[in-house]
Write a protein that binds this ligand. Structure first.
Ligand SMILES: [Zn+2]
Length: 84
């Protein structure tokens, strides 16, 4: 959780509405494409491989970071309005 917090502050870049690029925690040269409910990192994909169909929501620090990132920007109201 603390890692996700740090990521949210300096590792998340918004590409477009609902699409974010999040830096890898383990490899600074790597980053992942993250949407509001999916991530292309190995941990996330493995989660669905192992738990598919059990109604569980996969999670990873990148998704967590995007959630925190969005919360920060919603609070401060800095431009990034997410319309539905
Ligand atoms: Zn991830």
């Amino acid at each position: 959780m603390r890692k996700a917090n740090a990521l949210a502050k300096n590792g998340v870049v918004q590409i477009e509405d609902g699409l974010y690029q999040v830096k890898s925690l383990t490899n600074p040269f790597k980053s992942y494409m993250v949407t509001s409910d999916s991530c292309d990192c190995e941990g996330f994909r493995n989660f669905y491989k192992f738990h598919h169909g059990k109604g569980l929501k996969a999670n990873c620090s990148h998704l967590e970071a995007v959630r925190i990132f969005k919360a920060i920007h919603e609070k401060t109201g800095k431009g990034t309005t997410t319309r539905k």
